[in-house]
Design a protein around this ligand. Structure first.
Ligand code: SAM
Ligand code: DTB
Ligand code: SF4
Length: 323
């Protein structure tokens, strides 16, 4: 990792954050918080570099779960049309296109509670083929047991995404078909298989500041920090229970990124869903607060994303480079 400014000492990576300490960070003035986060960021990363991951939804909709934000739950009446697991060739061709466009990681998502055994061989073949292109691979397939996590690792998977989404207490307002402990168990299985963990959350679901602090505390007190921490802004989807929830203050996104950066100084913090609705100026503040990764590509899973040429233009204007 590049230490750009040797004057800035690297803060130690801690795993014993108290909720009160995190709340105090959230209570700092915006300028104090962003300055502190930028100092931390510079101690571990080149502040002008951003990692690009491209997403592909390899199995769409008809999910058994009831996550209140999600367009792909079978329980809500959304505009999303279900699609079965994609064929290997189609996934590889999308991965090649993402690579040619400048992405270094290809993240594949499936709308499953957990992968079924009859789809699993195909998933392993997809990982091998995408990896063979020279891309980093990431999958998000729902809950995994220990054996599945090991098989994914053996096939060449680099990262597994499984978000905690919010605090343990607020999670009960968001999902009823699985528990926070189920999510933590999957994360433990993923770590035990030596896969890199990608785990973060969503802001703007009606949660309190305390819920945001508690989510970040849970992430920061894992025995190893997730290598990648996606911070999503809710994309409200018509037909879901959260379609009409009050929008969060745009500066809240910046604050969450800043606190995540301070708590997990050596992790990549990803400015994730919601960028299509953000101004260039807001995104620049997120980078200043320590975000150093984005989803790059015209589409997320079912929702639109910022256009690639708009992203490239923004990097040029800010003097940032994709890595
Ligand atoms: N089914 C798998 C699971 O639940 O882990 C993988 C796919 S799921 C869609 C991956 C993540 O996308 C969720 O945990 C959530 O953080 C994020 N997400 C889904 N819908 C979203 C929305 N409308 N707005 C913001 N983030 C969203
Ligand atoms: C993550 O944290 N965000 C991505 C990815 N991991 C799988 C998904 C965002 C989904 C946004 C809404 C949609 O496209 O349906
Ligand atoms: Fe299914 Fe994942 Fe959507 Fe929940 S977030 S409904 S598990 S696809």
């Amino acid at each position: 990792m590049l230490k750009e400014n040797p004057i800035i000492e690297q803060p130690i990576v801690r795993h014993d954050w108290k909720l009160t300490e995190i709340s105090e960070l959230f209570e700092l003035s915006f300028n104090e918080l962003v300055f502190k986060a930028q100092c931390t960021h510079r101690a571990y990363f080149n502040p002008n570099q951003v990692q690009l991951s491209t997403l592909l939804n390899i199995k769409t909709g008809a999910c058994s779960e009831d996550c209140a934000y999600c367009s792909q739950s079978a329980r809500f009446n959304t505009q999303v049309e279900s699609q079965p697991l994609m064929e290997l060739e189609a996934v590889v061709s999308a991965a090649s296109a993402a690579q040619a466009n400048g992405a270094t990681r290809f993240c594949m998502g499936a709308a499953w509670r957990s992968p079924k055994s009859n789809d699993f061989e195909k998933i392993l073949d997809i990982i091998k083929a995408v990896k063979a292109l020279g891309l980093e691979t990431c999958m998000t397939l729902g809950m995994l047991d220990a054996a599945q996590a090991h098989q994914l690792k053996e096939a060449g998977l680099d990262y597994y995404n499984h978000n905690l989404d919010t605090s343990a207490t607020y999670y009960n307002n968001i999902v009823s078909t699985h528990t926070y402990q189920d999510r933590l168990d999957t994360l433990a299985n993923v770590s035990a298989a030596n896969l890199n963990v990608c785990c973060g959350g969503i802001i703007g679901m009606g949660e309190s500041l305390n819920d945001r602090a508690a989510l970040l505390q849970t992430l920061a007190n894992l025995s190893v920090h997730p290598e990648s921490v996606p911070i999503n802004q809710l994309v409200p989807v018509a037909g879901t229970p959260l379609a009409d929830v009050d929008k969060s203050d745009p500066f809240d996104m910046v604050r969450c990124i800043a606190v995540a950066r301070i708590l997990m100084p050596a992790s990549y913090v990803r400015l994730s869903a919601g960028r299509a609705e953000m101004s260039d100026e807001l995104q620049a503040l997120c980078f200043l607060a320590g975000a150093n990764s984005i989803f790059y590509g015209e589409k997320l899973l079912t929702a639109g994303n910022q256009a690639c040429d708009q992203d490239r233009l923004l990097f040029n204007r800010l003097g940032m480079q994709a890595i």
